[in-house]
Write a protein that binds this ligand. Structure first.
Ligand code: HEC
Ligand code: HEC
Length: 299
């Protein structure tokens, strides 16, 4: 039978258990622990009463404070919407000059432009608007529809050859396959175009025959092409006809690509963004596109 006794070193009673001469002291649970446990217990009871806690079938105890995570989240979303409309509204309502004069709005424009472009435009126009075969470069100063911000905004809204009812229409006619021009005339037009463009091409080496062909091409150009591309080949933003005198080509400036363009025509497709991006996003992208080529103010 175990006998409890007082330990003469600590002054506590022992439990009476003894192992190999080592006796177990009967020390009380520390008060601080009891205090903490009691506090946690009281806190839990208080929490159950005040906050949503216990499931009850298809409902739950709501708590007397009426706190609701869902309402809380909805509230936070309304607040963040309000924050956003604080800048989307002025960007939508103000014209480009007024936005440009407003440093706070321009900070938003600068911040959101690159991501919007990357998400929606870079797959066709390349990172930084570098363009690619069949997709025009946006970081140069050669424009199909003009460098005016409102023209760019319009292109973004309605697209080019898109399904939008007011789409811009860009149509380079098929002169060869429709039988309007013979293969010889197209060859001479190709030589003429290469002669007015700043692109270096080997085929423009001056020989009598090419000079004659170029003259024939020039005559055909005045008759069939100048109406859209302008007499000097500088293009026309009214019909989205590209400048033919620079060294940038959407479809290629070598004889093969040019012959294909003249024979079968071209008609690029740019989607309409009116229903996919908000007006403020389209305005931000307009600033971004302009910033790519150094025209106007760089956001
Ligand atoms: C599906 C491919 C595609 C996507 C995506 C696209 N574009 Fe285009 N974009 C084109 C093509 C193709 C043209 C040229 C059409 C033509 O040759 O007539 C064009 C033309 C343009 C032009 C006219 C350029 C000029 O010289 O006048 C602008 C500006 C433009 N895009 C901006 C954008 C922006 C900003 C976005 C993103 C919101 C975007 N594009 C998304 C294909 C695309
Ligand atoms: C009805 C107006 C119109 C006429 C006429 C016209 N073009 Fe075009 N041309 C365009 C348009 C618009 C484009 C751009 C098509 C696109 O990218 O969607 C274009 C594109 C081109 C291109 C491609 C440029 C590039 O960057 O790759 C060449 C080259 C060209 N035209 C040459 C000619 C020649 C040569 C003629 C005369 C035989 C001619 N065009 C007549 C409207 C016209």
């Amino acid at each position: 039978m175990s006998v409890s006794e007082r330990d003469k070193y600590s002054g506590h009673m022992t439990t009476g258990h003894e192992w190999n001469g080592i006796k177990e002291l009967n020390t009380p649970v520390p008060k601080i622990l009891i205090a903490c446990l009691s506090a946690a217990f009281l806190f839990a009871i208080g929490y159950w009463v005040l906050m949503p806690a216990w499931p009850l079938g298809d409902t739950f105890t709501k708590g007397t404070l009426g706190f609701d995570q869902r309402k809380h989240l909805a509230q936070q979303m309304i607040e963040s919407d309000n924050n956003q409309t604080r800048w989307t509204d002025p960007i939508e309502q103000l014209d480009f000059d007024a936005i440009r004069d407003n440093p706070q709005l321009m900070a938003i424009v600068r911040e959101s432009g690159p991501a919007l472009f990357e998400d929606n435009c870079a797959m066709c126009h390349g990172n930084n608007g570098d363009g690619g075969k069949y997709f025009p470069k946006l970081n140069d100063t050669s424009w199909l529809w003009g460098a005016d911000p409102n023209a760019i905004l319009e292109t973004l809204a309605v697209g080019i050859n898109s399904a939008h009812p007011d789409t811009r229409i860009a149509l380079m006619p098929a002169f060869g396959s429709s039988g309007v021009l013979s293969a010889e005339t197209i060859d001479s037009l190709v030589l003429y175009i290469q002669s007015i463009s700043t692109t270096e091409t080997s085929s423009t080496t001056e020989t009598t025959t090419t000079a004659e062909n170029i003259n024939a091409g020039q005559a055909a150009y005045s008759m069939y092409c100048a109406g859209c591309h302008a007499q000097d080949g500088s293009g026309n933003i009214e019909v989205g006809a590209p400048n033919l005198t620079d060294d940038y080509w959407i479809y290629g400036g070598d004889s093969v690509a040019l012959t294909a363009t003249l024979t079968d025509g071209r008609s690029g497709h740019m989607p309409a963004w009116e229903s996919r991006l908000s007006l403020s996003e389209r305005k931000i992208l307009t600033f971004y596109v302009l910033s790519l080529n150094g025209v106007g103010d760089n956001p």
